[in-house]
Design a protein around this ligand. Structure first.
Ligand code: GRF
Length: 223
């Protein structure tokens, strides 16, 4: 059954675009019911409308607290018939009001190898630290920031001359590969929780070496 998906954005929405592209290519079995932004000028809203996807802005500043904002997001998402949520550059923490509405069905992408470099400057923090590898993580969302169980990670090299922008660009290319793949596993019902660990049913114990990085579990055809 197709994944009835809501995508939350706050900015450019390039991850949203990668999800749209995989849906349109037939690789990702999802129906993007609505794109929500907390920022009126988020380009992700324009991307959605360009592809005929309902786009809704809820300015968080107009709400009296996080719970009230989350309750309205839940209402809008349900109104559009979505029951799974992909946070894609959504710069807000969500509360139990939100997580309780879609249990086990809220995922996020973070531009670092969690648990290293959580927070809003993951790429710049990793570059400044001088790591030799960084990457990106798709994980289930829980109440702590950038914390929930990991679904898939991709590793890219980092170099002394990198800053947040150059390392971030290398990471972003891999974000666009792993996020649609993780969502396809969610659509197929292949993600099984084992405590903090996530088992992807049918994935062997191996990694994939792509041109740009290393991915675990490996990407499947189409991703
Ligand atoms: C990505 O790096 C994502 O990992 C982070 O915010 C950025 C959003 O980029 N959470 P975009 O809006 O998808 O282009």
């Amino acid at each position: 059954m197709s994944l009835a998906l809501a995508v939350l954005v706050s900015g450019s929405g390039s991850n949203l675009q990668s999800i749209i592209d995989k849906v349109e290519a037939g690789a990702l079995d999802a129906d993007i019911r609505v794109v929500l932004s907390n920022k009126p000028d988020a380009y992700g809203l324009t991307r959605a409308r360009t592809h005929g996807i309902p786009a809704v802005c809820l300015d968080h500043k107009r709400f009296d607290g996080r719970e009230a904002f989350d309750a309205e997001m839940v209402r809008v998402i349900r109104e559009h018939g979505a029951d799974a949520v992909a946070m894609a550059g959504f710069m807000r923490m969500v509360t139990p009001v939100f997580l309780g509405a879609f249990p086990g069905r809220v995922v996020n992408i973070h531009p670092a190898l969690l648990p290293s470099f959580p927070g809003v400057h993951g790429q710049a923090d990793a570059a400044a630290y001088g790591v030799r590898f960084s990457g990106c993580t798709v994980h289930f969302v829980d109440e702590k920031m950038d914390h929930g169980p990991v679904i898939i990670q991709a590793v890219v090299p980092a170099y002394p001359e990198d800053d947040g922008d150059t390392l971030g660009a290398r990471i972003l290319a891999m974000e666009h590969r792993i996020y649609p793949q993780a969502l396809q596993w969610l659509a197929e019902g292949r993600l099984r929780h084992a405590g903090r660990k996530v088992v992807v049913e049918g994935c062997g114990p191996c990694v994939a070496l792509t041109g740009a990085g290393m991915v675990n579990p490996p990407l499947e055809p189409g991703f």
